[in-house]
Design a protein around this ligand. Structure first.
Ligand code: IPE
Ligand code: IPE
Ligand code: MG
Length: 234
């Protein structure tokens, strides 16, 4: 079986999953968060080197105050627990997105987790929090323009690699496989630059029900795909 080097997942469907059980949306987020820990272990065991998950988008602030507050509470406890997972799985954790919108204590927890795990190298785990691909590109291009204005960069010499270097994912290889759970067939502003040649899998299964069996089925499907890049075998 061909295992992807980098898997990206849009964790979707927590709210609908909870509603179907007659429970509040927050219950779905709690279950979804617990599932993230399990899937992280499974992905490590499969020998995947990079995992990126979409946990909170720049657009998700538009949800009700109650839901956003519940999610912030969950991030607080998850970021703390994630230190243990990082230690257990020897995984380096990096948050992508703009952390400046979060409360100072959440920003501290992000820094602590990144600092604590920075030397682990068995799995590189990126969590997208207050992430939007257009926002990432805008922030990166602002820094790039500033560098050009200061003479550190010559516009005519800008390459695709230069642009990659200004993204939050700088230095991380592009995803080979993107999975979106819960049936929606869209990308919702996730890694637009980085998924140029990723294989896409959309599964109807809601995120809290996405287990090891589902993960293996996605990897099986990926390994049967004939990957091409410009018409030639990748
Ligand atoms: C994904 O589940 C988690 C977040 C975006 C925070 P949703 O909350 O989007 O669940 P649905 O799509 O409404 O069911
Ligand atoms: C995408 O899910 C963002 C995350 C999973 C964090 P949404 O549920 O917010 O996306 P839309 O609104 O259905 O496109
Ligand atoms: Mg959703």
């Amino acid at each position: 079986m061909k295992v992807p080097n980098h898997i990206a997942i849009i964790l979707d469907g927590n709210g609908r999953w909870a509603k179907a059980k007659g429970m509040p949306r927050g219950y779905g987020h709690i279950k979804g968060c617990a599932n993230l820990e399990t899937i992280c272990d499974d992905i490590k065991d499969l020998g995947v080197k990079y995992l990126t998950v979409y946990a909170f988008s720049t657009e998700n602030w538009k949800r009700s105050r109650e839901e956003v507050e519940g999610l912030m509470k969950l991030f607080r406890s998850y970021l703390k627990k994630c230190m243990k997972s990082a230690e257990k799985n020897h995984m380096r954790v990096k948050i992508i997105g703009d952390p400046s919108a979060f409360a100072p204590d959440i920003q501290d927890k992000i820094r602590q987790l990144e600092e604590f795990s920075k030397d682990y190298d068995e799995l590189y785990f990126q969590i997208a929090l207050n992430y939007g691909s257009r926002d990432e590109i805008t922030r990166g291009m602002r820094r790039m323009a500033q560098d050009a204005a200061e003479g550190k960069l010559i516009p005519a010499q800008i390459t695709e690699e230069t642009i990659e270097g200004y993204l939050d994912t700088a230095g991380v290889p592009d995803p080979d496989l993107l999975i979106r759970t819960s049936g929606e067939l869209r990308i919702s502003n996730f890694l637009l630059w980085q998924i140029a040649y990723a294989e896409l899998i959309f599964t109807p299964v809601a995120w809290p029900d996405f287990d090891e069996e589902q993960l293996n089925a996605c990897i099986d499907e990926f390994s049967m795909r004939d990957r091409r890049y410009g018409g030639v075998k990748a």
